[in-house]
Design a binder for this molecule. Structure first.
Ligand code: UGA
Length: 454
């Protein structure tokens, strides 16, 4: 039965592992999610998601009730259960540099290997530097009983927060890096649910079989490309600001060319989150180790353009407040409402969030800042405990001299500029995501500034 309906385990029930575990159970597989975090496992087993993701909690509850989905902190149990073990632990940026910290991968693979009692496939999903698979193979051969013939493969994921359920059930491609026919067949059987669903809906999902290095590189190359696209348009925004152009129209116009495409061309306060920023840094670090640092030097520029967006928002704010002195902005005595804390809407994730970074900059320049976010307040308080948080949108903007929109939540896009105009001390708005209907806001008496729009 193993190759027909493999039993799956997911090590690491963070954003990636929990989403995969739940979605594969939904496709009919028997699944165990494993984590060393006892609290997290207890919450998941009780049907509570430890993060915000549209649609996922319903699937969690349904599959727990159906008995297909379990959660465990017991390595021996998952080792006995699984035909395929997915490594989904985090690979954060190292505290001492730009490279990836692989200590969680090492712990997961070592712990699992020591507990294995039968043949199985270990599949890496975490984003890692190219070359990691060979190192994982060595860890396995050092720690698993040799006669079991444990094999290793790599299969990157491309899911986006806010769209994660659909991205797992209906991916635009599956990439599997393998060395043997057995591993390939096993991963084929593992993805049969995805392929069947596509067939039932009249779609096809390309399944690419590659070598290890290509599978590892596909992931970081995709994220590097997306980051580059965003920084490209933010660089154009910088030019528009001094040349008197409008980057929103510019993006629209170049995006009509299908070779360029209009997605991921939204200029604003830049990219954040737990993936793009750390991935482009780790990729550069790895390229340098491999002696091809020159090939990825442009990613350093991509990073700098991105980080420059943050002080650019502050300069716009200072200009609008008439506070941009030669020695830098002095915002003392002003009150600013910061709308948004998460790195993007429909998420509660504040990791490397541009919105929070800008809020901190404004506060540091002396402004009395009030932050409001529909989902991210709890996490924001942990990351930026010194900032002041307002319980509602109205509380944040009340008596403000300036409103800064830094995450494009629907609640902000759809808010009524006339109503907000009655609450503020002064109608000035910086649209850090170019997400507001500028004509409507100006009609309601607001002084409006967008990013890259003169
Ligand atoms: C990103 C990739 O899009 C996924 O394909 C990948 O699987 C994931 O990283 C990962 O490596 O796990 P995610 O971090 O969820 O997904 O967020 P994105 O939707 O890519 O947004 C990243 C950042 O770019 C956000 O801060 C967003 O506001 C910003 N962004 C995006 C822009 O500033 N402009 C745009 O046009 C698009």
């Amino acid at each position: 039965s193993g190759a027909k309906r493999p039993r799956l385990t997911f090590l690491g029930t963070g954003y990636l592992g929990a989403t995969y575990a739940i979605c594969f159970a939904e496709m009919g597989y028997r699944v165990i999610g494993f984590d060393v975090d006892v609290d997290k496992i207890a919450r998941l087993a009780n049907g509570t998601l430890p993060f915000h993701e549209p649609g996922l909690e319903n699937l969690l509850r349904r599959n727990l009730a159906a008995g297909r989905l379990q959660f465990s902190t017991n390595l021996a149990q998952i080792a006995e259960f699984g035909d395929v073990h997915f490594i989904c632990v985090g690979t954060p940026q190292r505290a001492d540099g730009m490279g990836a910290d692989l200590s969680y991968v090492e712990a997961a693979v070592t712990g699992l290997s020591q507990n294995l009692t039968r043949k199985a496939l270990i599949v890496g999903k975490s984003t890692v530097p190219v070359g990691t698979v060979e190192w994982v193979e060595q860890l396995v051969s050092k720690n698993a009983p040799a006669d079991l013939g444990i094999e290793v493969a790599w299969s990157p994921e491309f899911l986006q927060e806010g769209f994660a359920v659909d991205d797992v059930l209906r991916p635009n491609r599956i990439v599997i890096g393998v060395k043997t026919e057995w591993a390939k067949d096993m991963l084929h059987a593992t993805h049969k649910g995805v392929l069947d669903l596509a067939a039932a809906e009249g779609r096809t999902v390309p399944l690419m079989v590659t070598d290890f290095a290509t599978a590892e590189l596909v992931k970081v190359a995709a994220n590097a490309f997306l980051a580059t696209k965003i920084s490209f348009i933010n660089a154009m925004a910088e030019v528009c600001e001094v040349a008197g152009g409008d980057v929103v129209q510019l993006a629209q116009a170049i995006g009509y060319d299908p070779r360029i495409g209009n997605r991921f061309l939204q200029a604003g306060v830049g990219f954040g989150g737990g993936c793009l920023p750390k991935d482009i840094r780790a990729f550069q670090a790895r390229a340098q180790e491999l002696g091809v640092g020159d090939a990825l030097r442009f990613l350093h520029e991509v990073d700098l353009i991105n980080l420059r967006c943050r002080p650019r928002v502050m300069r716009l704010a200072a200009e609008l407040l008439g506070r941009s002195g030669p020695a830098g902005p002095d915002l003392s005595g002003t009150r600013i409402a910061v709308l948004g804390a998460t790195f993007k809407p429909n998420s509660d994730d504040v990791r490397d969030a541009p919105a929070l970074a800008v809020a901190a900059l404004l506060a540091k320049s002396g402004s009395d800042v009030r932050v409001y976010d529909p989902q991210g307040m709890e996490n924001a308080r942990v990351v930026q405990p010194k900032l002041t948080y307002a319980p509602t949108l109205n509380d944040a903007v009340r008596s403000a001299d300036l409103v800064c929109v830094l995450t494009e939540w629907a609640e902000f896009r759809e808010s009524d500029p006339y109503v907000l105009g009655t609450l503020v001390a002064s109608r000035r708005v910086v649209d850090g995501r170019n997400c507001l209907d500028s004509a409507r806001w100006m009609k309601a008496g607001w002084q409006y500034r967008g990013m890259g729009r003169s």
